[in-house]
Write a protein that binds this ligand. Structure first.
Ligand code: SAM
Length: 245
């Protein structure tokens, strides 16, 4: 399904030129990720199981649900949820990812913007948006959309990389993230739209063999290892909270 153009209206948006540059980096990364030292031996299902645990969630929690993954990438969490009743994969690059994990059962893959989801209001039981909001054109618009399409009482699993505030003058060096948030700023955004049920911020660690630390191509991981965290939020779309405008 082709995506409609989205014209950013929120102050959280970066320019289209900046975001398109990020999307080119994204495509480049996903064309070679499995050859990179950091990911070469990655057991992907095991990785997702561990990430789910950070939300206080398990595979069983998806059984029988209509699940949406916004910014799912080619091997996102949703690709491993064979027991969900129905799966909706949304990513603006979906048609360009050449090696996606094939899906079985009832599923829809939509090449669309998270900021303008082509889904009815209150139509989804669980929405995940994993390491994608910080890469988007307009994260506030995407959060509004996730809140709009979630059923009342539905669950949102949200994760972004977060950064210390003192690093702000250097955020620009990190080209793959057009948006940088401290954990506190991200939590405040989510609270405007959802009830927070679980929250965890942990330092990100890059699991490279020590010998790799000598290679200049890995030095960016040394720097990231010192400052980048992951913030996981399990949230619910409470009946009393309308999406923030
Ligand atoms: C770092 S990747 C994460 C992919 C996946 N969630 C995972 O953890 O493996 C970020 C993804 O967000 C997608 N993305 C970026 N901006 C988007 C937007 N405006 N709407 C939908 N997806 C977007 C990118 O195309 C990319 O696939």
């Amino acid at each position: 399904m082709p995506h409609e153009p989205y014209f950013p209206a929120k102050s959280s948006a970066v320019t289209m030129t900046r975001w398109q540059a990020v999307q080119r980096l994204e495509l480049e990364f996903w064309s070679k990720w499995s050859t990179l030292a950091l990911y070469r031996n990655l057991d992907v299902p095991n990785y997702w199981e561990q990430e789910l645990a950070q939300f206080g969630f398990t595979w069983e929690g998806f059984r029988g649900l209509l699940v949406l993954d916004v910014g799912c990438g080619p091997i996102g969490l949703i690709h491993y949820l064979d027991h969900a009743a129905e799966r909706i994969c949304v990513d603006q690059l979906l048609t360009q990812y050449v090696r996606q994990r094939p899906l079985q059962g009832r599923q829809f893959s939509i090449s669309a913007m998270g900021e303008l989801l082509p889904l009815a209001a209150r139509s989804v039981d669980l929405a995940s948006c994993f390491n994608a909001l910080g890469h988007m054109l307009d994260p506030d618009a995407a959060l509004d959309e996730i809140a709009r399409v979630l059923n009342l009482g539905g669950t949102a699993l949200l994760m972004i990389h977060t950064f210390p505030g003192w690093l702000r003058p250097f955020y620009w060096i990190d080209r793959i993230h057009p948006h940088h948030y401290t954990a506190e700023a991200f939590v405040a955004k989510v609270k405007k739209r959802f009830g927070i049920e679980g929250l965890l911020t942990i330092k990100r660690s890059f699991d490279l063999p020590p010998v790799r630390w000598l290679s200049p191509s890995c030095w960016k991981y040394i720097a990231a290892d010192m400052v980048v965290a992951s913030t996981y939020i399990r949230a619910s779309r409470a009946a009393w909270r309308e999406p923030h405008v």
